[in-house]
Design a protein around this ligand. Structure first.
Ligand SMILES: CCCCCCCCCCCCC/C=C/[C@@H](O)[C@H](COP(=O)(O)O)NC(=O)CCCCCCCCCCCCCCC
Ligand SMILES: Nc1ncnc2c1ncn2[C@@H]1O[C@H](COP(=O)(O)OP(=O)(O)O)[C@@H](O)[C@H]1O
Ligand SMILES: [Ca+2]
Length: 564
């Protein structure tokens, strides 16, 4: 043997043989974890086989599939293969694999084609590789796909057909596709019609709003199946068993960007195919004892609530509607008065620490058990706190914005996100309070979302890592007895009085945007549910750097025959 690599020698080979790759004779070997090959040639003097090139390899977990090639019978050879070598190796198979590109965290499909001496050997290779892939039980076989044809720049259907469907076919994954016909079509279908037992996952083609539909469909279906009362703010929610893949085709696409590291359809499709799994926190939002919505990205009051409200009027502008509304809202420079009460998350880091949530994040590894959660609830009840009692803190003030993010909310507009240190799956959210300040100061704060500077390093911004919070806008007329009592929970959800001017508590106040949807109430109560849902993603991967500072092209730079 020529010795492909020391590592390979330690593992049992499932198959190895001499094949042709391009114009080279190579020795190829497969183990349970890797496919590797190395250029070989015959020594003219001794007639021994010697190796002459470095070993190249693809980890099996990065392989999408192996397929037989149909070689043009007339010419008797493929374009790249020299005639004599090919005559001796007339059969071929192609291995498709995940190739990391130099463009930030984008994945592409690479192909490598091997030629064999006989059909039997060719089929044996295909069988061995595909058999190993079938042992990866994390990979989906069957998916339910929802496409929002009107999301973002209205390219959802085209993106799916041109970029995603061919890859799913290559990976032998079946897909039932539903193009939505109205808002909430996907949510309602998931709640009451879809036979979820038939699928290994759900795919959402659209933006954060469309993902929110899928999220609601899955969570509501799961809670209904388990008879959990969603209206009770303290209900323990049951995690959803199906994973969700996001093919970005929306306006912000922050959930995709924050969980995959790129806003790119092919990259997302490849994360689905290799069966990645990324748990994610979900916030439940209640008004008094009524469930309102779930949130995974931005719950924003004041500035972002106003941006969203204004942007809805210009939906036809696509993603640009947010920029226009952003400028208008910025110029109006409003602030809102209210009381925010929150339960700090202990021993969970802070929103200003430098620990970023990355693939395999340590802070997200530990999912607290039911016992831990019960113990925490008990200690919340017994630990009296100087500010609000029961461990809660209370802050009253005039705010330009109140933002809560249970993940970083990184997106192409703001690559580090609204809450750069927030974690995807640690059971907490970062609460950002932007107090009334000058126009120029608020502009400086906003601008820092697009640079490396710390957007929280301002006297008018304060940040807290929390498990729960509630907000009460300043009530019209004299404050209610409960509000004055200082008990944060009662004051938020007890006898807040409707505004006598409008008869409606929410009117005249700012509004909350919840993952892009406007909430009907300003007084809300929010709890973070750790790891309630899983995505086909692996979190943002650390940039791999080689000497010279460039990211590697692929697992080992095997020849890539497909244009990206
Ligand atoms: C001066 C430049 C300031 C740039 C500030 C950029 C901050 C960006 C933070 C983005 C957080 C995104 C959180 C995600 C929310 C999404 O779930 C949600 C729904 O997404 P979907 O439409 O895909 O369904 N999207 C949103 O809520 C949209 C938020 C977009 C906000 C854009 C704000 C632009 C502000 C521009 C201010 C300009 C000041 C100019 C002064 C002359
Ligand atoms: N067929 C449809 N017609 C109209 N609205 C839809 C349809 N399908 C989904 N929606 C709604 O469109 C909204 C925006 O979708 P999304 O895909 O997030 O795009 P964007 O990022 O541009 O807001 C979501 O609230 C979703 O409920
Ligand atoms: Ca979190």
């Amino acid at each position: 043997m020529t010795g492909l690599s020391e590592d390979m020698e330690k593992q049992a080979r499932l198959l190895s043989s001499q094949l042709v790759l391009g114009d080279r004779l190579v020795e190829v070997a497969a183990t349970r974890t890797v496919l590797a090959w190395k250029g070989i040639k015959k020594d003219k003097k001794s007639s021994e086989i010697i190796s002459f090139s470095k070993t190249e390899h693809v980890p099996l977990c990065d392989i999408i599939a192996a397929h037989k090639n149909h070689i043009n019978a007339e010419s008797g050879r493929s374009q790249k293969n020299p005639k004599r070598l090919h005559q001796m190796h007339p059969h071929a198979f192609t291995v498709s694999y995940v190739r990391r590109t130099r463009r930030r965290r984008r994945w592409r499909c690479g192909d490598v084609t091997f030629h064999c001496t006989n059909q039997g050997l060719c089929e044996q290779w295909i069988q061995v590789i595909n058999e190993q892939l079938s042992l990866f039980t994390n990979r989906p076989r069957s998916l339910l796909v929802y496409i929002n044809p009107y999301g973002g720049k209205r390219r959802g259907e085209r993106v799916y057909e041109q970029k995603v469907a061919p890859l799913l076919r290559r990976a032998c994954i079946s897909a039932d596709v539903i193009v939505t016909e109205r808002a909430n079509h996907a949510r309602d279908h998931l709640i009451s019609q879809a036979n979820l037992n038939e699928y290994d996952g759900v795919v959402c083609v659209g933006g954060d709003g469309m993902f929110s539909e899928i999220l609601h469909g899955l969570i509501i279906r799961t809670q209904t199946d388990h008879r959990v009362d969603r209206d009770r703010p303290d209900s323990e929610l049951v995690p959803c068993s199906l994973r969700v893949g996001i093919i970005p085709a929306g306006s912000t696409d922050c959930i995709c960007f924050s969980t995959v590291g790129a806003s790119d359809a092919v990259t997302s499709a490849l994360h689905i195919i290799v069966g990645d799994s990324q748990p994610m926190d979900v916030c439940s939002v209640h008004h008094r004892d009524r469930f309102l919505r779930y949130s995974v990205s931005l719950l924003g009051y004041g500035f972002y609530g106003d941006v969203l409200t204004d942007s809805e009027r210009n939906r036809r502008l696509g993603p640009a509607r947010y920029d226009l509304a952003g400028v208008k809202t910025f110029l109006s420079h409003k602030h809102y008065e209210g009381t925010i009460s929150f339960l700090p998350a202990e021993n969970k880091g802070t929103p200003r620490d430098k620990l970023r949530c990355r693939s395999g994040c340590g802070a997200c590894q530990h999912k607290s058990s039911l016992k831990d959660r019960k113990q925490r609830e008990m200690s919340e009840k017994t630990n009296l706190d100087k500010d609000g009692g029961h461990g809660w803190r209370v802050i009253h003030g005039k705010f330009i914005a109140i933002n809560a993010a249970s993940m970083s909310c990184a997106c192409p507009r703001s690559p580090k996100g609204l809450a750069p240190s927030a974690h995807l799956a640690d059971g907490t959210a970062d609460l950002i309070l932007v107090r009334r300040c000058s126009h120029l100061d608020f502009f400086r704060h906003l601008l820092r979302h697009t640079t490396k500077d710390d957007q929280f390093d301002h006297s008018f911004v304060e940040v807290h890592r929390v498990r729960k919070f509630c907000f009460q806008p300043r009530v019209c007329g004299p404050a209610s007895a409960d509000h004055r009592s200082g008990d944060p929970v009662t004051s938020c959800f007890g006898a807040t009085r409707p505004c006598p001017a409008t008869g409606n508590q929410g009117n005249g106040h700012g509004r909350w945007t919840c993952d892009g949807e406007i909430l009907p109430h300003a007084a809300i109560r929010v709890s973070v549910h750790g790891q309630l849902i899983r995505l086909f993603a692996r979190g943002i991967e650390e940039e791999q750097r080689q000497q010279g500072g460039r990211a590697p092209e692929g697992p080992c730079s095997p020849r890539d025959l497909e244009p990206s």
